[in-house]
Design a protein around this ligand. Structure first.
Ligand SMILES: [Zn+2]
Length: 255
């Protein structure tokens, strides 16, 4: 009984950072189906509008759909005002982004209750805007969030590994996994762990664009998905073995 108190929320950020990035959603759906897991997908509106059938498949398979803002492009890429790096926006722009992201999902028939800011670009002011439309937020890495008493919104920060203090997410863990497989023992001992992955974990980008930067090339290289598949297989199995129950963040609300 005690063990079932332990919950593990797998979340996946879906953004089309490069053209082939969203292809990895299929791999996630297969792995989740195989392991009978329901996850939370934070999806940008850009992806929703470009790939509505893909999003409805995620939904049909019982996963939670949540908002990842309008888009994920950096302000430096001159895609403002669409840029959703909320920390670079004025407060009015940020308010509009958050409202629009909520309404676009609604117009597509999704009652989303969760929000994650692109690139975890969050602060107290922005959180108070998110609070107007969403029931929970997951835009902080653990340790950075200080609860704001005036807000109703629930925060589900991404967990960190003990000792190493790195976020429980990819690409960090994918890289750590290729260097040392013993990191499993560093999972924090808490009732709820929040993990985040990316749709592109399974997809190696066109490395030409990264050619000049050796570090970036190593960071982005996903070995055509093979290592990601092994990584997720062992992640999910280990978590199960440790007595965690897989949950969506929606299920964690007020629980
Ligand atoms: Zn993202």
């Amino acid at each position: 009984m005690y063990k079932q108190r332990l919950k593990f929320a797998v979340t996946v950020d879906v953004e089309d950072s490069y053209p082939e990035a969203v292809k990895g959603v299929d791999d996630f759906l297969k792995i989740f189906f195989k392991n009978k897991i329901k996850a939370t997908f934070f999806i940008t509106c850009e992806v929703l509008e470009k790939y509505p059938r893909m999003v409805s498949q995620i939904h049909r398979e019982g996963h939670e759909i949540a908002s990842h803002g309008l888009t994920h492009f950096k302000a430096t890429e001159k895609r403002l005002p669409q840029s959703s790096y909320l920390l670079n926006c004025s407060i009015d722009e940020a308010a509009l982004e958050i409202e629009r992201s909520f309404k676009i999902f609604k117009n597509h028939g999704y009652e989303v209750i969760g929000f994650r800011a692109p690139s975890f670009g969050m602060n107290g002011k922005i959180l108070s805007l998110v609070d107007k439309y969403f029931a929970y937020d997951s835009s902080y890495i653990e340790g950075k969030y200080k609860p704001l008493s005036k807000l109703n919104i629930e925060e589900f920060p991404v967990s960190r590994l003990r000792w190493l203090n790195i976020p429980l997410g990819t690409p960090y863990l994918l890289k750590l996994n290729s260097l040392n497989k013993k990191w499993w023992s560093l999972l924090p001992k808490k009732d709820l762990l929040v993990f985040y992955g990316h749709c592109f974990d399974f997809v190696t980008p066109n490395l030409k664009m990264l050619k000049k930067n050796i570090v970036k090339k190593w960071w982005y290289h996903r070995e055509c998905g093979l290592s990601a598949e092994k990584f997720y297989d062992s992640l999910l199995k280990t978590v199960k073995k440790k007595g965690f129950r897989f949950v969506t963040l929606r299920e964690c609300l007020h629980n």
